[in-house]
Design a protein around this ligand. Sequence first.
Ligand SMILES: O=C(O)CCC(=O)C(=O)O
Ligand SMILES: [Fe+2]
Length: 200
Amino acid sequence: MKELQIPQGTLLLEPDFIADNEANNLFQSLQQQLDWQQAEIRMFGRMVRIPRLQCFQGDPGINYRYSGLTLQTEPWHPLIQTLKQRVESFAEHTFNTVLINYYRDGKDSMGWHSDDEPELGINPVIASLNLGQARRFLLRHRFDKTIPQRELLLNSGSLLIMAGQLQHYWHHSVPKTNRLLEGRINLTFRHTFTTDTQME
Ligand SMILES: O=C(O)CCC(=O)C(=O)O
Ligand SMILES: [Fe+2]
């Protein structure tokens, strides 16, 4: 595991967490078997469809708030349950939810944001697993515009861990491109606190 040096945040990358052929098989199975939804969010006073498909799984009874929406967790898909266990033992951290994003082609994307919802706790550990098409992942400092933007290429099978103060100080995004790209599935494993569980 490689620690990427970034001020005010922790970023770890394991480029070959899952072997290529297994990652491709997982991509195919999940692409076919998950119940993909295209959420609508309110933007500038009107409802727009987000440019990607999503699915949210986790332990029972956990809600997830996202751009004004409240999503209910679906039960763990068996393949994802197994992946969760592998990621947990590698990251030495437990997760109770996963947000799964399916970028169908280069036009699908995720805008600048940080994962700083209060239910994720103060300094969340988020483990981000990539399957399929490699995509650019950008990071930009939220406050100090003199700090250069960072760019990673997230290959199929790679695992990126975001931790420490990263979500407080950095935004991240997956930009769209005009290049013809294949599909990519990204899974962000998270620990979501509920009113019944303690914040760290
Ligand atoms: O697709 C990615 O690499 C990023 C996903 C992400 O930022 C998120 O789910 O919050
Ligand atoms: Fe994110």
